[in-house]
Ligand binder design. Structure first.
Ligand code: 13P
Length: 364
């Protein structure tokens, strides 16, 4: 096997590393609002609104125009393509609004999943073909990082070797293309919460998936200091009883990460995957308190677990905007504290705190 390769230029390495480290600065995490149009459409329908460009814009305006203290706990926001070009009512681009708050804009670049032929209901993620050109355009618009998600489903015969290898290769190609265009890739192998399996099975599947992903990233010469990982936490399947405690989840999660994620990776920002807001916060807190080695920053990159109370409180009505923004600030603060292991159960009660956010085949 040839060992010939090049490193990125020192300038590119420095830029990628700086961005990755800023995203996982102590006490901060990521607000993921990259739902594609059909995903946000369901949320809009639930508050009685049509899935129009303007309604999607109104909702995201609510988030981005929250008080600037949002940036005390939110370092970065993941956008969807349309959102990159949208503006507030008074004509400021969303990207500028975020930059003025010292929040780093990023972009979801995957184009969702399609079936893996002859697999047991498994999928592959699309979007590689024109990715370099799209990354270059997003960089020009002010984005500094990207996100790409590959879901893996646990079943009696899944994830298959085919799906795991495909996930690893696709994530590695994506990461290398992002870095070539100066964007930090957030690598997201998502072992889904769906299923009746126990926590041991999730741990083993997560370990196998992470080992494959980092082998592929290394094979593609990805500069790990300029990447971030966005994994699932290791929990039992949604249908498994009894539930695990946050402490059990913390031990299983950090153990799996220690076995699969190189210490060169600066940070790990978990997805919430259908956990309730309070669960996602308590689990992150326990992960940061657990007495195991932790060579990376461990924080949040939540979609549903930062927005459920916002949707509930907003309910599609302008007069509720301020109250809904207060809910966002509360969850951001709760998770910021959890990323330092300083949260306590019930410390910041939220409108949708304990409600499950789980749904099968959830659309991002
Ligand atoms: P959830 O936290 O809702 O699982 O979203 C994660 C995600 O990948 C969105 O970018």
């Amino acid at each position: 096997m040839t060992t010939y390769f090049s490193y990125p230029t020192p300038e590119l390495q420095a830029e990628l590393k700086r961005t990755a480290e800023a995203i996982v600065a102590p006490g901060k995490g990521i607000l993921a609002v990259d739902e594609a149009n059909d995903g946000i459409g369901k949320l809009l329908a639930a508050v009685g609104l049509d899935n129009t460009e303007n309604n999607r814009r109104r909702y995201r305006q609510l988030l981005f125009t929250s008080d600037k203290s949002l940036s005390d706990h939110v370092s970065a926001v993941i956008l969807f393509d349309e959102t990159v070009y949208q503006k507030t009512d008074d004509g400021q681009s969303f990207i500028e609004v975020l930059q003025k708050k010292n929040i780093i804009p990023g972009i979801k670049v995957d184009r969702d999943v399609v079936p893996l032929f002859l697999s047991e209901d498994e999928v592959t993620t699309q979007g590689l073909d024109d990715l370099a050109a799209r990354c270059a355009e997003y960089k020009k618009q002010g984005c500094r990082f990207a996100k790409w998600r590959c879901p893996l489903k646990i079943g009696s015969h899944t994830p298959s070797v085919q799906a795991i290898n495909d996930t690893a290769q696709v994530l590695a190609r994506y990461a290398s293309i992002c870095q070539s265009q100066g964007l930090v890739p957030i690598v997201e192998p998502d072992v889904l919460l769906e299923g009746d399996h126990d926590i041991v099975r999730t741990q083993k599947v997560t370990e196998v998936a992470l080992a494959a992903v980092y082998k592929a990233l290394n094979d593609h010469h990805v500069f790990l200091e300029g990447t971030l990982l966005k994994p699932n936490m290791v929990t039992p399947g949604q249908g498994y009883k009894p539930k695990s405690t946050p402490e059990e989840i913390a031990v299983a999660t950090v153990t799996a990460l220690l076995r699969g994620v190189p210490a060169a990776v600066p940070g790990i920002a978990f997805l919430s995957g259908g956990q309730s807001e309070e669960e996602a916060t308590l689990n992150l807190n326990a992960i940061n308190k657990v007495q195991l080695k932790k060579p990376w920053t461990l924080t949040f990159s939540y979609g549903r677990a930062l927005q459920a109370s916002v949707w509930k409180t907003w309910a599609g009505k302008d007069e509720n905007v301020k109250k809904a923004q207060a809910e966002l600030l509360k969850r951001a603060k709760a998770n910021g504290l959890a990323s330092l292991g300083k949260y306590e159960a019930g410390l910041l009660a939220s409108a949708a705190g304990d409600s499950s956010n789980f749904s099968t085949n959830h659309k991002y």
